[in-house]
Ligand binder design. Structure first.
Ligand SMILES: [Zn+2]
Length: 403
């Protein structure tokens, strides 16, 4: 026998002792009544009381549990709020990034638009995406695909849109760069064919001696962090401007509608002294009053008399190029006038050291006399490139004039 069984019997005995049959005598008005309260009945009453007590305890417990559950819910809500706050902070951070990216994109767009306007005289909003692929020469980089697959798919949709825009801008500037490089290559060839050194011209222009027509330089510097083609675009655009504006400035137009060139450029016998002398230009023989025409577009920089030359007109074409027309009998222009190629500026004559009616025509490059023949006898392919350059520079000037 274990002690547990002994304990149970002991409790049973104690409970049984509580519920014993009781007999109660009740005396009312002389009658005695006898009430018997059995142990079984007592046990039933005790059981009911116990059940009621249990029900009450259960209800109390339920309320308590309910309260505990509400606390749990409150904790859950607090947790959700904390998560939302963290996500809001993340979103705010991401918004900052989006704003930053958008600002970069805007800056780049402004640079691209200024390039289109400054160098091509075109309304940037009117540029079709495929326009620059027509440019010949360097087309290797002109078909840079928009690498939308390279865009991180984990990015939020708004950021992906910006990333795609950025890729498109980079692709566009790469195409632009290819087109500009194509023009540079052509201009280099044409400039070299005219006996000029392209690198020397660009160096001279970079040093600020190349004339007044280079519209801008170095604005791409701040965009260097924005993409490799943007950085390269700066130098390419400057080179294109210098070389093409030099081509435009080259005096390849006939200064007079007369065919004969009576004297060549270089050392010859001086017609007055008979001694060897440097002849710094070409002579065109014709009747007095023959119209003298500007050999290239430019600004009239001198009208008057120069010792030995007689009546002289000088036209500054920019890029360090100047033409001089001498021995004139009259002027049809004045200092400061913008002239086009072929526009009349004077009349042929025989003033100064002249033996008869003729035009003495000089071309000076950075002050030094060069043989005009190479410009006047420029080949058709060179003239084609020159005309292309003239159209571009002209459209820029027109766009500027329209504003
Ligand atoms: Zn001469």
């Amino acid at each position: 026998m274990s002690s547990k069984t002994t304990g149970l019997r002991h409790w049973r005995q104690r409970v049984s002792a509580l519920f014993q049959d009781h007999e109660i005598f009740v005396r009312t008005h002389g009658h005695v009544r006898f009430l018997r309260v059995s142990a079984v009945w007592q046990k039933r009453v005790a059981l009911i009381a116990g059940l009621v007590l249990l029900a009450w305890a259960g209800a109390t417990l339920a309320v308590l549990v309910n309260q505990l559950l509400t606390a749990d819910e409150r904790a859950a809500v607090a947790q959700q709020q904390a998560a939302a706050a963290a996500s809001e902070a993340r979103i705010a951070k991401y918004r900052d990034r989006v704003a930053e990216t958008a600002a970069d994109l805007e800056e780049r767009q402004a640079l691209l638009e200024s390039v289109a306007e400054t160098h091509f005289g075109i309304d940037p909003s009117a540029v079709p995406a495929e326009a620059s692929t027509k440019a010949d020469g360097h087309t290797a980089t002109s078909t840079v695909p928009i690498k939308t697959s390279a865009i991180n798919p984990d990015l939020p949709p708004e950021a992906r849109v910006l990333a795609r825009l950025e890729a498109r801008q980079e692709a566009f500037s790469a195409r632009l760069l290819a087109a500009v490089r194509g023009r540079v290559t052509k201009a280099e060839t044409a400039v070299a064919a005219l006996g000029l050194n392209p690198d020397a011209l660009v160096r001279s222009a970079a040093a600020g001696r190349g004339g007044p027509f280079i519209p801008y330089r170095g604005r791409m510097g701040k965009a260097k962090a924005l993409g490799p083609s943007f950085a390269a675009l700066d130098g390419a655009l400057f080179r294109m401007e210098v070389l093409e504006r030099t081509l435009v400035a080259v005096p390849s137009g006939n200064p007079a509608n007369v065919l004969m060139m009576s004297s060549g450029f270089g050392y010859r016998r001086d017609p007055f002294t008979g001694a060897g002398a440097m002849h710094a230009g070409l002579d065109f023989r014709g009747p007095i009053g023959t119209p003298i025409l500007a050999a290239a577009p430019g600004r009239v920089s001198f009208v008057g008399v120069k010792s030995g030359y007689g009546n002289v007109v000088e036209v500054d074409h920019g890029q360090g190029i100047l033409t001089r027309y001498a021995h004139l009998s009259g002027f049809t222009t004045k200092v400061g006038t913008q002239v086009t190629a072929g526009q009349q500026i004077a009349k042929m004559g025989s003033t100064g050291r002249s033996t008869g009616s003729h035009l003495h025509f000089e071309v000076r490059l950075n002050g030094e006399a060069v043989n005009p023949r190479r410009f006047l006898e420029a080949k058709a392919d060179v003239l084609e490139v020159k005309d292309d350059a003239r159209q571009r520079v002209g459209s820029v000037a027109a766009a500027r004039g329209a504003r």
